[in-house]
Design a binder for this molecule. Structure first.
Ligand SMILES: Cc1ncc(COP(=O)(O)O)c(CN[C@@H](CS)C(=O)O)c1O
Length: 398
């Protein structure tokens, strides 16, 4: 049996999404910017896709949603656009983010620091969540941007976006959120949360890889990252991948309906809880960051005495795909920076395994995975030269 439990890394394309994409490869293939019918023939489904994207995040008609290649590009567009407009060509000097952002945020902020920008990396608490009051403590007259993720890709922890948005609005500071791990898992409402910029990637919610979006509230336009064309109103040059844009729109529609979010909360979360609770029956296992306030599909579990990579190998041999944290760090054998950020000891930070489910997982798959995981832990601990079970340490969550 094959069981895919790494949906925070990427997801399968929904068959309905794939069907909607097919016509735009060999039938409706014109360039959307061409004036002839081969080009204009793409417009109706592109407009439909944009309408789905606006509805999925409750964007107002007067706002912009531009099509990018992925959340990484969207994140870079916001941070570098703010740098150019508000810092290089303005009187601002400072950016606020968190210690547990995806590298697409952290590395971009590090680049800005190398260019002389002051960046505050707000710490998270022992549960891996950032307290909104910290934003108020560090926001300043010269703060150009606050950028805080909606949900963490490793722990699933959900951040207080509505509170942070209210603080940013009060201080007149633009607010960006990387919602890559929130779309399709929790309700995302840019108007209710006072969000000015929001990033997402289609392949996180059963759309195709290589296409993403950036929401830009009316009046918050930025110098573009990519120049050289009038696409997206000049906010993102380059011929649009029509098939992927249509696919992303349909993926957003299918993932964000009230029924879809309810399914995540009622069905997917139950499968996640079943997997998690079965694993926690094993001694010296712990949910990193605890069980509260998480996206419904994610659990990051430490198996003391079992190296994360060894566990992944065992699982892979039995047809199960998971990860030790974000896929982009999977080659890196350093301790997980997110786990370090909230004080995990170094051994714990090397023994985490992330399981992230989707609406395509079944109870039969979870039952199979539980059996394989329990056998793998027993085997790996049995051959470990350093592991000895110490009953006093058995905690089920931090
Ligand atoms: C919060 C967050 N923000 C941005 C990205 C980047 O998405 P791209 O489509 O690769 O550009 C990701 C992708 N996180 C994957 C791959 S590193 C994970 O395994 O956790 C993310 O989780």
């Amino acid at each position: 049996m094959e069981v895919y439990l790494d949906n925070n890394a990427t997801t399968v394309v929904d068959p309905k999404v794939y069907e909607e994409m097919k016509p735009f490869f060999c039938d409706i293939y014109g360039n959307p910017n061409s004036l002839h019918k081969f080009g204009s023939g793409t417009h109706p489904k592109m407009v439909e896709a944009l309408n789905f994207l606006y509805a999925g995040i409750n964007a107002a008609d007067e706002d912009d949603v531009i099509i990018t290649a992925n959340a990484t590009e969207s994140n870079n567009t916001v941070i570098k656009g703010i740098w150019i407009d508000k810092i290089l060509n303005g009187d601002k000097k400072h950016i606020i983010t968190s210690e547990v952002e995806h590298p697409a945020i952290t590395a971009t902020c590090k680049f800005l620091e190398s260019q002389g920008v002051a960046v505050t990396y707000l710490p998270v608490n022992e549960d891996g969540v950032l307290e909104a009051s910290l934003v108020r403590d560090f926001i300043k007259e010269d703060t150009a941007l606050v950028t805080i993720m909606w949900a963490n890709n490793e722990t699933g922890k959900i951040f207080p976006i509505k509170e942070i948005g209210a603080i940013c609005k009060e201080f007149g500071v633009p607010f960006h959120t990387d919602a890559t791990q929130a779309i399709g898992k929790v309700t995302v409402d840019v108007q209710d949360c006072n969000v000015d910029y929001l990033s997402f990637s289609a392949h996180k919610f059963h759309g195709p890889k290589g296409v993403g979006g950036l929401y830009i509230r009316k009046g918050f336009g930025l110098t573009p990252l990519l120049h050289g064309g009038e696409q997206m109103g000049g906010l993102r040059a380059g011929t649009v991948d029509v098939a992927s844009m249509v696919g992303m729109g349909w993926a957003m529609k299918l993932a964000t309906s009230t029924m879809a979010i309810a399914y995540e909360k009622n069905h997917v979360s139950k499968l996640r809880d079943k997997l998690e609770n079965a694993i926690l029956e094993l001694p010296e296992t712990v949910v990193i960051g605890g069980k509260d306030n998480r996206t419904p599909n994610t659990t990051l579990i430490s198996f003391r005495g079992v190296e994360g990579e060894s566990m992944l190998w065992d699982l892979n041999q039995n047809g199960i795909g998971a990860s030790t944290g974000s896929a982009c760090a999977s080659e890196d054998l350093e301790a997980n920076p997110v786990m370090n950020a909230f004080g995990s000891d170094s051994e714990l930070a090397h023994t985490g395994v992330r399981f992230s489910l989707s609406r395509f997982n079944t109870e039969e798959q979870i039952d199979y995975a539980i059996n394989v995981i329990k056998n793998a832990v027993t085997r790996l601990r049995g051959i470990s030269s350093s592991y000895a079970y110490t009953p006093s340490c058995h905690k089920s969550s931090l």
